[in-house]
Design a protein around this ligand. Structure first.
Ligand code: ADP
Length: 246
């Protein structure tokens, strides 16, 4: 988060945001499932200007072998940003931020999986950010969750996610890049709606305790709307398979 230039207004007099959204409106989201031939499961998500691909491999034999667990599968997650995903070329390869995001995404997905069903194996999730515009960790979770379902990996629920934040002294849903840069807080949340469980909760910036609780509520509402879209995308995939078979 950066100091906001005096002349930049993130909300106009009528309460509209710079991309024309209202305070509690999500960016446009498109989801496609099963987009890669050589992965066990995959999904492509466009969320505002974010473009994110998720691929799942496994359950499969683990390399290196010493990571093997005799009682369950291990889940590995790699979040990676392409060098061309941001305005200034990003140096390729892992950095502190991507290592941290990989770890929190793993934590957000793991409670949904029934890893005991696949002892001695690994389930590997790759999240590739092709274009980034704030909210890539939540979009990555949404894409990864669809890819895990596409891979046929038994799950207790789909994991959904969304962020809320604060701009110009107001709480808003789903920050874009300018809002993330010049706003004062960002609260990404991931949920398993059926279980009524929160699997990721982070905060960047400054909020009062009351604002924080409001922001969490708002992000959960957003994630529930995204969850419905995930379910529709999965349904659409299976309806297509059925109609192709007819
Ligand atoms: P998230 O993408 O989950 O919101 P951050 O808050 O760390 O995670 O990042 C916010 C946004 O900042 C990213 O979505 C991306 O648009 C931008 N960003 C992150 N890392 C870089 C980088 N190395 N160079 C340029 N922009 C970046």
């Amino acid at each position: 988060m950066m100091e906001k230039p005096e002349e930049l207004k993130l909300l106009d007099e009528k309460g509209y945001r710079i991309d024309g959204r209202k305070k509690y409106e999500l960016r446009k989201i498109d989801m496609k499932i099963g987009v890669l031939k050589n992965a066990n499961g995959s999904a492509y998500v466009e969320w505002g200007k974010n473009k994110i691909l998720a691929a799942v491999y496994g359950p499969r034999e683990i390399h290196p072998k010493h990571l093997q667990r005799s009682d369950r599968a291990i889940l590995r997650v790699r979040y990676n940003m392409a060098p061309f995903s941001v305005e200034e070329r990003k140096k390729p390869g892992p950095d502190r931020r991507s290592v941290e995001i990989s770890k929190v995404i793993r934590g957000a997905l793991e409670p949904a999986l029934i890893l005991e069903l696949f002892p001695r194996t690994s389930i590997d999730v790759f999240i590739e950010v092709l274009q980034a515009d704030a909210g890539t960790r939540v979009a990555g979770i949404v894409a990864a969750s669809l890819a895990l379902a596409d891979a046929g990996i038994p799950m207790k629920d789909l994991v959904s996610a969304c962020a809320a934040g604060k701009i110009e002294d107001e709480l808003v849903l789903d920050l874009n890049k300018e809002e993330d840069n010049y706003g004062s807080a960002d609260v990404p949340v991931a949920i398993m709606p059926i279980k009524n469980d929160i699997t990721l909760l982070q905060m960047d910036g400054y909020l009062t305790k009351e604002e924080f609780l409001e922001a969490v509520k708002l992000a959960i509402k957003g994630a529930k709307a995204v969850y419905q879209k995930q379910r529709e995308a999965l349904k659409e995939k299976y309806l297509n398979i059925i109609s192709e078979e007819e």
